[in-house]
Design a protein around this ligand. Structure first.
Ligand code: MG
Length: 107
């Protein structure tokens, strides 16, 4: 999947969520706030899976499953891209610029 294809999915998902969560009655700030909180929720779910992968999860019923770990990584990426879309941040350019900055540190 390319970043463009992912961006198209995000646009489609934005419309699905508009219908599912009745976001037409929310302000843009409320939507961005809610979507940012959703990113945090997904980061928490990813952290749970990482802890479970190392048997560091206090709750033993949280068994490690690599498929779930991959799913949570995807959730973090998708929810973050939803926030980027709302704030009109081009993810491909953001990644390109950031990678250049990181690489420059090691030159
Ligand atoms: Mg999740």
């Amino acid at each position: 999947m390319t970043i463009d294809e992912l961006a198209r999915f995000i646009e489609e998902q934005k419309e699905r969520l508009r219908i599912e969560f009745d976001v037409d009655n929310m302000s843009e700030n409320e939507i961005i706030f809610a979507q940012t909180v959703k990113v945090m929720e997904e980061v928490g779910e990813l952290a749970e899976q990482v802890l479970a992968s190392k048997s560091l999860q206090r709750r033993r019923d949280k068994k490690f499953n690599k498929e779930i770990l991959a799913d949570e990584i995807a959730d973090v990426i998708i929810t973050t891209m939803m926030v980027a879309n709302r704030l009109d941040v081009g993810v491909e350019k953001a990644l390109t610029d950031k990678i250049k900055k990181i690489e420059a540190r090691y030159e």
